[in-house]
Design a protein around this ligand. Structure first.
Ligand code: ADP
Ligand code: MG
Length: 278
């Protein structure tokens, strides 16, 4: 069976990204290899959690996947199309399919625009529908993510953190993407709001067969939200496996270290023992 029949949506092959910088005083150039031959498989309709310490390259990978930044080398295959070889027009069309939500949704929101305008913006940029059709769709999207549509004229700052993250999700969904990437998008929310937004993401995934790549900081969240986990370390994916297997079968020394450092791992293991013994 070829891998496209195998439920694979995106296949990242030997992806590298170098940043060239200059030293402060000597101005000498040096290179930071933020991604070093990354290989990754993203399966259709599933959630892949991406974990790793700060500086591992997670956000760089996210920006490359979302076609916001251009990698130095490698391939991103979407079905069998290499996204990095697309011409400008096809790239523009492709951007609809991949949306990202960042940690701080406010940074992606113009503070002077209303919630409705913010959600409408991607539709307007892509030239979808008439003005009134778009506004109708915005109200639908707001209700879909659980923010009352009657608040469409409020400014971002008038919403709570959890509501703003819902608005960011509505905006990301406006273009009906196939792949939604969340870069630590829930880490500023309290536990109750995290649970609520996770529940919403689950519902949306079931309804629209969405594929998620979810960058998470807290390893404890992985088992709960992901089908698969990819562990990043110093610009490489050192391990990709089934989320439930990670805790039992991790191999790479860094993954073991990460697991050992997870504060509540003992309770995860204990909970599993209890469950398995039932
Ligand atoms: P993570 O999201 O896992 O914390 P990042 O992808 O943000 O990691 O960063 C990976 C590495 O690349 C770090 O060493 C970071 O300093 C470097 N880096 C990221 N973005 C840039 C940039 N725009 N210019 C120079 N270096 C960068
Ligand atoms: Mg990051």
């Amino acid at each position: 069976m070829n891998e496209w029949d195998n439920g694979v949506l995106v296949s990242v092959r030997s992806l590298s990204k170098d940043y060239v910088q200059r030293r402060p005083f000597t101005r000498a150039k040096f290179t930071i290899r933020a991604l070093d031959s990354v290989n990754l498989t993203i399966r259709r309709g599933t959630t892949l959690a991406l974990v790793g310490e700060s500086g591992a390259g997670k956000s760089t990978l996210v920006r490359c996947l979302a076609l916001i930044e251009r990698p130095t080398a490698g391939e991103i295959l979407w079905n069998d199309v290499n996204l990095l070889a697309l011409k400008k027009k096809d790239l523009f069309a492709m951007r609809r399919q991949i949306q990202v939500i960042f940690q701080d949704p406010t940074s992606a929101m113009n503070p002077g625009m209303t919630a409705g305008e913010i959600i409408e913006e991607p539709l307007a940029i892509q030239g979808i529908g008439t003005g009134s059709e778009r506004r109708q769709r915005v109200l639908q999207l707001m209700e879909q993510v659980g923010v009352p549509a009657k608040w469409a004229n409020k400014l971002p700052m008038e919403f709570s953190g959890g509501q703003r993250q819902r608005l960011a999700i509505a905006r990301a969904l406006a273009l009906e993407p196939k792949l939604l990437i969340l870069d630590e998008a829930l880490s500023n929310l309290d536990l109750v709001n995290q649970e609520m937004v996770l529940g919403l993401l689950r519902e949306l995934q079931a309804a629209h067969a969405l594929t998620y790549v979810h960058v998470v900081h807290d390893l404890r969240m992985v088992e709960d939200l992901a089908d698969e986990v990819a562990v990043m370390y110093e610009g490489r994916i050192v391990e990709q496996r089934d989320a439930r297997e990670l805790f039992a079968r991790a191999e790479h020394p860094y993954t073991l270290e990460l697991l050992a450092a997870a504060p509540a791992l003992e309770s995860i293991v204990a909970a599993r023992l209890v469950r398995d013994c039932r």
